[in-house]
Write a protein that binds this ligand. Structure first.
Ligand SMILES: *[C@@H]1O[C@H](CO)[C@@H](O)[C@H](O)[C@H]1NC(C)=O
Ligand SMILES: *[C@@H]1O[C@H](CO)[C@@H](O)[C@H](O)[C@H]1NC(C)=O
Length: 385
């Protein structure tokens, strides 16, 4: 029965949704800085930068390294997608969410939680962290998306890519949905995603070194783990693990497109095989978490569709990022040192919270109940670290 309270709630969700999807994109001067460094550098491939394989955005014209296009070879700018519904998933996502490296970083901050900050159930533990994002980012639109609103928002953003929605709805655990949501919202809208238990220490406008032009960067990531010890594999899934509790991107970045495609296809495969129901906690890292995130990023950095490999000294590997103390630019990606997104862990070379390069403070071991931790994407392995 549709009670009055339910009707009211539905109306509230609907209005929030309308608000989120109809509002025009904000464009405050988002001025990030990035410092580049040497090593195994990457020059963006011509195809990625110059061919108009991006059906709806203008092709960029500058010619320096770090130029970005979309990474499909030899396609013209006006490619009609005659039979869109049958197009492969990656093509659909490219068409729907084109990438323009020269656009501004959208001034959005996205977070997810079971409750909105207006709710008494929000959790006093999270209030200072949540408030820090608004305080440090005046002029940004800061949204805490509840699970209920997320469903509606995604239904709108991904209406023309129904397999993505089918996968999202099929995911059997909140932690999987929370992981997937961050990639989905960043692919569609861009901006900053951060977990609800994460404090902003420095405004995002100060994350990138001055020397790195904002119009050449589309993705900013941090390091979660850099375990320089022989037995690292007993503790971590990758020798270098990129974190996904805080990510900044422009909409349509190929890394986001790829991880959305990957999780969608893997989920639908599992759904068909009937293996989703028995999905195990300890597989989250590989399925939607930092392991697959890290793999997709390395694959991108070594993908000749995006980078001109003829001048390359070999593949980019964990060796290019281990022990970093400064931000490193590779193509249109900036990797921040471990101190930036993981300060205060007191290992792996991370400095403390008051270090100038410490940008966010992620609560690894808080007072939160496991139930809550799982919602925000912290797995049991991570808790055990
Ligand atoms: C998803 O990514 C993982 C890690 O790179 C890879 O092993 C797997 O084959 C990918 N799956 C799909 C469907 O692309
Ligand atoms: C470099 O990476 C690509 C893609 O991951 C892989 O196919 C190739 O074998 C790697 N080359 C070397 C020298 O490791």
């Amino acid at each position: 029965m549709l009670t009055f309270k339910r009707a009211l709630m539905a109306a509230a969700v609907f209005l929030t949704m309308i608000f989120l999807v109809t509002r025009s994109h904000p464009s405050p001067g988002h001025t990030d800085d990035v410092s580049s460094s040497s090593g195994n550098s990457r020059v963006m491939a011509d195809d990625y930068t110059k061919t108009g394989n991006n059906p709806t955005t203008p092709v960029s014209t500058s010619s320096s390294a770090g130029q970005i296009g979309n990474g499909r070879k030899g396609k013209g700018a006006q490619q009609p997608l005659a039979d869109f519904a049958k197009a492969p998933l990656r093509e659909k996502l490219l068409y729907q969410f084109p990438y323009d490296v020269e656009s501004k970083f959208p001034a959005y901050i996205w977070q997810t939680w079971k409750y909105t900050p207006a709710s008494g159930d929000f959790g006093e533990n999270f209030r200072p962290a949540e408030a820090s994002w608004s305080e440090k980012h005046p002029g940004f639109i800061h949204e805490v998306i509840t699970d209920q609103v997320a469903v509606h928002l995604l239904r709108h953003l991904y209406a023309s890519v129904p397999e993505v929605l089918e996968a999202y709805n099929a995911l059997p655990m909140p932690v999987l949905k929370a992981d997937f949501f961050r990639y989905l919202i960043l692919l569609a809208r861009g901006g900053i995603y951060s977990d609800i238990d994460t404090h902003a220490l420095k405004p995002a406008t100060e994350w990138l070194p001055e020397s790195v032009p904002r119009e050449a960067i589309g993705l900013v990531i941090g390091i979660e783990a850099d375990p320089d010890r022989p037995d690292w594999a007993e503790w971590y899934s990758r020798r270098i693990q990129f974190c996904q509790w805080t990510i900044q991107s422009k909409p349509g970045h190929p890394v986001l497109r790829e991880i959305v495609a990957n999780i969608t296809l893997e989920t639908l495969k599992k759904k068909q095989a009937g293996t989703l129901k028995g999905f195990k906690d300890n597989k989250v890292i590989e399925f939607t978490g930092p392991a697959v995130w890290t793999d997709v990023i390395f694959d991108f950095l070594n993908d000749e569709r995006y980078f001109d490999m003829t001048t390359s000294k070999g593949n980019i590997t964990w060796k290019d990022f281990t022990g970093m103390t400064q931000a490193k630019k590779v193509g249109d990606v900036v990797v921040l040192p471990i101190t930036s997104f993981s300060p205060g862990v007191q290992q792996m070379g991370a400095e403390d919270y008051d270090h100038p390069m410490a940008f966010v403070k992620h609560e690894f071991e808080g007072t939160w109940k496991p139930e809550e931790l799982r919602h925000i994407g912290v797995t049991t392995e991570e808790q055990g670290k």
